[in-house]
Design a protein around this ligand. Structure first.
Ligand SMILES: Nc1ncnc2c1ncn2[C@@H]1O[C@H](COP(=O)(O)OP(=O)(O)OP(=O)(O)O)[C@@H](O)[C@H]1O
Ligand SMILES: [Mg+2]
Length: 467
C-alpha cells in the first residue's frame, strides 16, 4: 500500500460524491495524515489556520466514509487502517484500477474527471429515504475560504435546518464572498438533503431553461424534447420540492436584473422569475432555494413583508478577519492593514487584487502604497467598480456624484437645500444606492448621514484626476 494508491482512491470517492476532484488542501491533508503529521503542521505548510484544516478534514473523512459498506467512520487516526481494509476487500477491483465503487462507475485515470459522471444519480424516482444525497455541483466553482464567516454560516444553517426557510437571498457586492459562503454552507449541510443542485446564472438562462434543468435533475429524465407550459413546469417542480428535501442554489442572479434603472427590476424577458420565487415562497413544501445576487429583485422584500418564510442575508465587510488574506499574501506594515481593509470594504477579492498591486509596486509595503492619493486601484478592480456603476440609473449617478463631491457625509436635508431634485427623487435614489451597497449610513446625534463607500470615493477621485 502506498500513498499514491490512497490518493487515487480518495480522488475517485470525492469526485463521485461531489462532482469535483480533490483540491490542493484535501491532498495536503491526506499526505500529512499519511505521514502522521499534526493538523497544525499541515496548516503551517498550507499557510492557513488549524481550524480551517480541521473543518476541511472532517468533511473529507465524512465523504470517504460513504465508500465503506460497513458504516464505519474514517478518522485521521484510522485512515491508513481503514483504507488498507477497504483495499484488501476490493483488491480485484482496485488492482484492475477500473470498476465500480459505491454506486458510481469510475475509471482509474484521475486526471480525466470528465470520464466520470459529474452528477450522482441512482434512481429515477426521487426518494427521501435514500441515504446519500443526489448532488449536481457541476456548475459550482472551487474557491478559497480562509477568513472566518462562522456567524453568517450559523445564521444560514439556522434558517435552513431549524426555521425551514423556503427562500434565502444572499446579497452583497461582487467579490464579498457570496459564492464562497454558499459553497461552505453546502459542504456542511449536504447530508441533510435528498437533492442538491447548483446552477450558475452567468449565461442568464430563461425561466424555461432553468425549470427544465431543475426538473431534469429531480426526475433524472431528459427534458429536451418536452414543451410543457410554464405553470405545468412550476407545479411539477413544487411536487418534487414537496416530496423530497431539495436544495436549489442559483448563483449570480443579478445577471437577469436590469441595468440603468433603479435597483431590483428584471430585464425584459425575465420577469416571469417572479413566479418562481413567489411560488417557492408561498406554497408549502419542505425544500429551499438560495440565490446569490449583487442586488435583490423588488418582490423579495415585498414577500418578506408579507411574512412568507423567506430571509435575506447581506454579506458585509470581513473586518479584521481579512488580515488573514493580507498575511497569506505576505504584505508588510501590519499597523496599516486596518486602513487598507476599511478602504477596500473588507472585500476578500478586492483585497487580493490590492495585495498583488502593492507587491508589484512597493514590495508589499502597505504604508507606502497608502501615501499616494488618490489611490492607484489598478485595471482589474477598476473594471469591477465600473460594472457596479454601469448598473445605476441616471438619477442615482447624479446623487452619487453629488455626495462624493462633499468632504463630509451629507443628510437628506442637505439635499433639499442643495439639489434641484424633488424629495421623492432623492429618497428613491438614496434607497436604491443603499440597496446596492454603494452608500454608507452614519447615525449622527440628530440626523442620518450618507457617504459614498471609500473604494468608490477613491475611484471617483481617480477619475477626476485622470480627466
Ligand atoms: N471567507 C473568505 N476567506 C477568504 N477568501 C474568501 C472568502 N470569501 C471569499 N473569498 C475569496 O474572494 C473571492 C471572491 O469570492 P466570491 O466569488 O465568493 O465572491 P462573490 O460575492 O460570489 O462575487 P461575485 O458577485 O462577483 O460572484 C474568491 O477568490 C474567494 O476565494
Ligand atoms: Mg459569486
Amino acid at each position: 500500500m502506498d500513498f499514491q494508491e490512497l490518493l487515487t482512491w480518495a480522488d475517485q470517492q470525492v469526485l463521485a460524491h461531489t462532482g469535483k476532484p480533490l483540491d490542493d488542501l484535501q491532498k495536503s491533508i491526506l499526505r500529512g495524515t499519511w505521514e502522521r503529521e499534526k493538523y497544525s503542521d499541515i496548516a503551517n505548510s498550507y499557510h492557513c489556520t488549524e481550524v480551517h484544516v480541521k473543518k476541511v478534514a472532517s468533511r473529507l473523512w465524512k465523504t470517504l466514509s460513504h465508500s465503506l459498506d460497513d458504516g464505519e467512520q474514517i478518522k485521521k487516526s484510522n485512515l491508513r487502517a481503514m483504507f488498507d481494509r477497504w483495499r484488501v476487500s476490493n483488491l480485484s477491483v482496485f488492482s484492475r484500477h477500473i470498476g465500480h465503487i459505491g454506486n458510481v462507475s469510475v475509471c482509474g485515470n484521475t486526471s480525466q474527471p470528465s470520464a466520470l459522471p459529474k452528477q450522482e444519480q441512482t434512481n429515477s424516482s426521487p426518494s427521501p429515504n435514500n441515504s446519500k444525497p443526489h448532488i449536481d455541483h457541476s456548475e459550482a466553482p472551487d474557491l478559497e475560504y480562509c477568513c472566518d464567516r462562522s456567524q453568517e454560516l450559523a445564521t444560514l444553517k439556522n434558517l435552513l435546518l431549524e426555521k425551514r426557510t423556503r427562500l434565502i437571498a444572499i446579497s452583497g457586492m461582487s467579490g464579498i464572498g457570496k459564492t464562497a459562503i454558499a459553497l461552505e454552507l453546502l459542504s456542511e449541510i449536504e447530508d441533510k438533503f435528498d437533492y442538491i443542485i447548483w446552477r450558475s446564472f452567468r449565461s442568464a438562462p430563461t425561466l424555461e431553461t432553468t425549470l427544465k434543468s431543475l426538473i431534469q435533475f429531480f426526475s433524472n429524465t431528459p427534458q429536451n424534447g418536452k414543451n410543457q407550459k410554464q405553470e405545468e413546469q412550476l407545479s411539477l417542480l413544487i411536487e418534487y420540492l414537496r416530496n423530497n428535501r431539495c436544495l436549489i442554489i442559483l448563483d449570480d442572479l443579478h445577471q437577469i436584473l436590469e441595468k440603468e434603472k433603479l435597483v431590483g427590476h428584471y430585464q425584459s424577458g425575465y420577469e416571469n422569475y417572479r413566479n418562481l420565487f413567489q411560488t417557492i415562497a408561498e406554497l408549502s413544501h419542505k425544500s429551499c432555494l438560495i440565490f446569490n445576487s449583487w442586488e435583490l429583485p423588488l418582490e423579495i422584500v415585498d414577500l418578506k413583508n408579507k411574512n412568507a418564510p423567506i430571509s435575506c442575508l447581506k454579506l458585509e465587510n470581513l473586518g479584521k478577519t481579512a488580515n488573514k488574506i493580507l498575511e497569506k499574501e505576505g504584505l508588510l506594515d501590519k499597523e496599516k492593514w486596518s486602513e487598507l481593509i476599511h478602504i477596500y470594504g473588507g472585500n476578500p477579492h478586492w483585497l487580493k487584487i490590492a495585495a498583488t498591486g502593492i507587491k508589484d509596486l512597493f514590495e508589499g509595503r502597505v504604508g507606502e502604497y497608502l501615501q499616494y492619493k488618490p489611490l492607484f486601484l489598478g485595471e482589474e478592480l477598476t473594471i469591477i467598480l465600473e460594472q457596479h456603476l454601469s448598473r445605476l440609473s441616471e438619477l442615482e449617478k447624479q446623487i452619487l456624484l453629488q455626495i462624493s463631491s462633499q468632504k463630509e457625509p451629507v443628510s437628506i436635508s442637505w439635499f433639499r437645500e442643495n439639489s434641484e431634485r424633488s424629495d421623492s427623487d432623492i429618497f428613491k435614489a438614496v434607497r436604491s444606492l443603499r440597496k446596492r451597497s454603494l452608500l454608507e449610513k452614519i447615525e449622527d446625534q440628530s440626523s442620518t448621514l450618507f457617504a459614498v463607500k471609500p473604494i468608490f470615493q477613491e475611484y471617483l477621485l481617480e477619475q477626476n484626476f485622470s480627466t
